[in-house]
Design a protein around this ligand. Sequence first.
Ligand code: HEC
Ligand code: HEC
Length: 212
Amino acid sequence: MIAKMPIALALLLLAATTAHAQLENADPMRGQGSAAVCAACHGQDGNSIVGEYPNLAGQHADYIFEHLQYYKSGERQNAIMLGQAANLDEQTMADLAVYYESLEAEIGETPEELAATGRSIYMGGIAEKGVPACVSCHGPAGMGIPSSGYPRLSGQKVQYTMDQLMLYRSGERSGYGQAAVMNEIATELTDDEIQALASYVRGLYAPDVAAE
Ligand code: HEC
Ligand code: HEC
């Protein structure tokens, strides 16, 4: 752990502020008008119906805006989303981003038997493998840090989160923006650890939200 710590710290410090000017002029109502096609997979309210498709409701506008551009450029490789993003201009991307951020994320649950393992890695990392604590970037309630490009994980579909950690691990999701941060972390995770983490963040909320 001691050997790896400086790397995690360096990555933290490297994370530049990534707020986008286009988002200041974005309009969620216009975004809603463009979202009809997205709803087929990401849900009418931004919460997807199928676990393979991510929830977008409550995700940071900066993150959504950036990733639509990564899909369009092909840097984040996915055939479905390449097709979806190919015809979007920056204004429409920005409108969609603020629209989805404004929607309310659904509440998920963590199965009892996976909670302890998931919590342990999320909150404390895995010292012997140099895996940093997820909480240091994704936050105690899984809300991420918008200005640093750290996405919200709270409430995300288990299947999607598992798929993405495996894509980071295999390197299929890599080579753009800050993906390398997650490539390095995911390399060390086993399938069981990935399942526990994905299940944990599905049910991770600020205490007041979970009680509602
Ligand atoms: C046919 C189904 C489908 C449609 C329609 C669709 N998406 Fe997606 N979307 C996906 C899948 C599958 C992924 C995950 C792809 C991957 O693994 O990178 C995804 C991922 C995303 C992500 C990345 C989320 C994250 O947490 O990293 C964003 C943002 C997104 N979609 C926005 C949109 C928007 C906006 C539209 C409408 C213009 C749209 N999608 C239409 C299936 C779809
Ligand atoms: C040093 C900061 C940092 C740490 C620590 C960290 N992450 Fe991340 N995480 C990021 C960044 C940056 C991204 C966005 C990368 C990109 O653009 O693909 C991300 C993205 C993700 C995503 C993709 C979300 C989506 O919507 O597609 C998942 C899942 C994830 N992290 C899980 C974890 C887990 C689990 C841990 C702990 C084992 C962890 N992260 C630790 C910074 C971090």
